[in-house]
Design a protein around this ligand. Structure first.
Ligand code: PLP
Ligand code: ZN
Length: 435
């Protein structure tokens, strides 16, 4: 199959060589996607090959991204690949979370099991492979945290320098720690995410740095494998719904593209419906979708949510996301800070855990069930996008009743689990444990 970069705008569809250093269409400014001409091998053959590779010791076969390389054949040479064994994330049954959502059953696809603790690794291994292929020495991104953690890890593993730009003071401690430890030049800019995104594009051009934000179409190719692996793990039985949180909307775009391609290539017959969930204080896509075309897309100027991974006011990938939600007959929902916090505690009580943004998927599924959009008996996979340990401060505050919204309103510690201070005395400890 031949790979090209193609403009996503339906009235343009200009195409460019896959080796062009481009982040937007140079004709109309539209988003770019990687497109392939022709189809891969027959599905039955690939299904067998992909399953078989799970038993191999070859590093790229052990990768939960590159194992599926026939579905993302944009590279000219496998030697470009640097893998930390990304992907390979489990499907976890969670009966307690299912009953919380009002569902008979829910399964979590937990992307927090990735090497740097979020799904960004699925995309980053591809973005960094492409950077090497283009001969780039430096890569950069602006990030709410997980992109920078992931990029720093993959860049260092590949021997590239990385430059991370983050909004000053608005990033979870675990994520910043990762960028520092993995060796990224880390700049805390006094501006919000959307402003820094504009800044980094100017810098990339000026200094010849390769940009690895989610607008990068090669990252989207890697993130497609989240749904490919999910279906592989389910014996290619498509679920009714896939629910995931949405910030910049790159991930829902990747899921939609991956599923459409799987359908087109004959791997699955029906498309799962995609539900994307936003935080109430950063929900421009929800508001736009709800307006049903009666107004244009309006960014949120001051996005606010404790779920920092989805604190995005001007999501770059919204046109792709809209296409995927429409094509899959999907849904868009928004959830409050309290709903996110309580859903997160419920996921913790399943013995699973996740970071705040990830819990929006359970909170959103619950809302869509109670609204009658998702029936109780539906086959639902909710994606947990990031690891529990990314944001320990939030957890401590929730369980001790000290969590407040960005506006300062105290949140209810509904499922709080406060640590108890006890004296060094077996009698008293026994008394405490008696109730
Ligand atoms: C990046 C991220 C998101 C949002 O994904 P988008 O592709 O920006 O919509 C959600 N959760 C976590 C943990 C993330 O790191
Ligand atoms: Zn164009």
């Amino acid at each position: 199959m031949k790979a090209e970069l193609t403009c996503f705008a339906p009235n343009c569809r200009a195409s460019f060589p896959v080796t062009a250093v481009l982040y937007n269409c140079s004709r109309c400014g539209g988003l770019l996607e990687v497109t392939y001409s022709g189809g891969p091998l027959p599905p039955e053959e690939l299904k067998r090959l992909w399953l078989d590779r799970r038993t191999h010791n070859n590093p790229i076969d052990q990768s939960g991204v590159w194992r599926y390389r026939e579905a993302l054949p944009f590279l000219d040479d496998e030697a470009r690949i640097v893998t930390l064994r990304e992907g390979n994330t489990p499907l976890l049954d969670a009966p307690r979370a299912a009953s919380y959502a009002g569902l008979d059953r829910i399964v979590f696809k937990h992307q927090g099991f990735n090497p740097s603790g979020s799904f960004k690794d699925n995309g980053m291994t591809c973005g960094v492979a492409q950077a090497r292929r283009l001969g780039m020495q430096r890569v950069a991104c602006v990030s709410t945290g997980n992109t920078s953690a992931s990029m720093a890890a993959y860049a260092s593993a590949a021997g590239l320098q990385s430059v991370v730009l983050i909004p000053h003071g608005n990033i979870a401690a675990g994520k910043l720690a990762q960028a520092l430890e993995y060796g990224a030049r880390t700049l805390q800019v006094e501006a919000n995410f959307d402003q820094i995104l504009k800044l980094v594009r100017v810098l990339a051009e000026k200094l010849g740095i390769y940009l690895l934000n989610s607008i990068n179409p090669f990252r989207i190719e890697g993130q497609k494998t989240i749904v490919i692996e999910m279906l592989d793990q389910r014996g290619w039985a498509a679920p009714d719904w896939i629910v995931l949180p949405g910030g910049n909307l790159g991930n829902v775009s990747a899921f939609g593209k991956g599923l459409r391609e799987l359908q087109q290539w004959g791997f699955i017959r029906k498309l799962p419906r995609l539900a994307v969930i936003q935080a109430e204080g950063a929900a421009p896509f929800y508001e736009f979708f709800r307006s049903a075309g009666s107004r244009g897309f309006e960014p949120v100027l001051h996005p606010q949510t404790l779920a920092t991974a989805i604190r995005i006011g001007d999501p770059v990938s919204w046109p792709k996301a809209l296409h995927e939600i429409n094509t899959s007959n999907g849904a868009v929902e928004k959830v409050t800070e309290q709903e996110i916090a309580d859903a997160k505690a419920q996921i913790g009580l399943c013995g699973i855990g996740c970071e705040p943004a990830s819990a929006a998927s359970l909170a959103g599924a619950r809302k869509l069930v109670s609204a009658g959009v998702i029936p109780a008996g539906a086959d639902v996979v909710a994606v947990l996008t990031g690891n529990l340990l990314k944001d320990p401060d939030y957890i401590h505050r929730y369980h001790t009743g000290a969590l407040r919204t960005p506006g300062g309103t105290p949140l209810e510690s509904t499922y709080g689990n406060r640590p108890v201070v006890v004296p060094n005395d077996p009698e008293e400890i026994a008394a405490v444990l008696a109730h």
